[in-house]
Design a protein around this ligand. Sequence first.
Ligand code: AMP
Length: 472
Amino acid sequence: MSFESLNLHPLILKAINDAGYTSPTPIQEQAIPELLAGHDVMASAQTGTGKTAAFMLPALHRLASPSEVRSRGPRVLVLTPTRELALQVSEATAKYGKYLPRAKVVSILGGMPYPLQNKLLSQMVDILVATPGRLVDHIQRGRIDFSRLEMLVLDEADRMLDMGFIEDVERIVSATPATRQTLLFSATLDGPMDNVAARLLNSPKRIQVATSKAQLNNIEQRLHYVDDISHKNQLLDHLLQDIALKQAIVFTATKRDADMLADSLSAQGHTAAALHGDMSQRDRNRTLVKLRQGGIRVLVATDVAARGIDVAGITHVINFDLPKFAEDYVHRIGRTGRAGASGIAVSFASSKDGIHLKKIERFTGHRIASHVVPGLEPRVKPRPGGGVQPRSTTSVAHKRSRTWSSDVPHRSNAYRSDGDWKAGQSRSPAGNRDTWGNTASSTRASRAGSGGNGRRDSLGNTTASSAYFRGK
Ligand code: AMP
């Protein structure tokens, strides 16, 4: 299918041509005709699939004809969960709408000064891209006129739900005309999304482009089992030494950890920076520009801040901490392998991550191959085909509280389906609990010499089937 066959306005086709797009992506192919026909649409599509153009091209097509209502308010409203995504949508919109006479984009985001936003809102706006909280403020102050609003887009609606924005979203929706066309984009169209759609959309067409599995095909996913934080740091150090790693996003669970890790990496001589929600919008933008320009090799980020980052140079995503939600995993690793490039996603999983790992693998339908770096093996290593076994070095194995054998199930340490390790009564007194709740008793040096039982990959790492956290 070609863009020409979608019957988009010639000035939009011209901009698409300038952008170098030769054919529509699957979400564009399916959503654009429905949207041009005026239907409400709910679509499961993630960033990286071309979803922004899927909703923005039909929106711009509407704007090519003048509004019948005389007002200065927006004709298209896009709500996004984060400021980064809003800015990205605004940038893409400016790109696709650059030849249209009536496509003025305004972004209204939290963390930016009100006086400037008040000024922007007092002028003519065609497309308003906003985060929900700040927009509600402006609506309550009577600063927005929705009388000519024709289209409302809820981008990453699942995330807005997760982040607790749904009340704000509903408030905003109730301030818009009932005649609007409503679009909902979400990573998944599950029960909660169905409920939201039933309340806010009118007989929507449902579009499911591809499974998460298919969308991640160009990303090689790897898993490293880790014992503790120091093991993670050593593995990270190893990964960052790889010259094939051009730019990486390293995800941590908390903002504080992102700051600390970025500081520590900078101190080690890496060009590293943190990106998280406690930073001012100015600093976040500056960091993103620097990342885009190649001035940052390692960005240490939290989920919310990194959502929607679209930087072609990201070769690696490293989950220093595994995300709690499977959807976040997909979003995170989708920061690499952009626009058809290939990417590598490495996840560190500790003993506490078993349940999250299972959820991720169920969600993506993909079992992540575990890798071992010689010299940095986990104290327990996976055994092909299920179960785990003690390391061959008996001097280490006998010291460990987790002395595993798949032949003789070690009940006291069995992984439970609720994601906890059952603390073993058999813990060795020699073992010290580390910050991960594991028992540590050997130095990292004891890792050396155990080459793993799998095959070696091109980087000299050893691959084995991953059965470490999986219940029997
Ligand atoms: P999105 O999913 O909207 O974040 O888009 C992901 C990336 O795909 C962006 O860099 C877009 O510029 C790019 N893109 C969108 N549509 C197309 C297309 N039809 N052909 C090639 N690249 C595209």
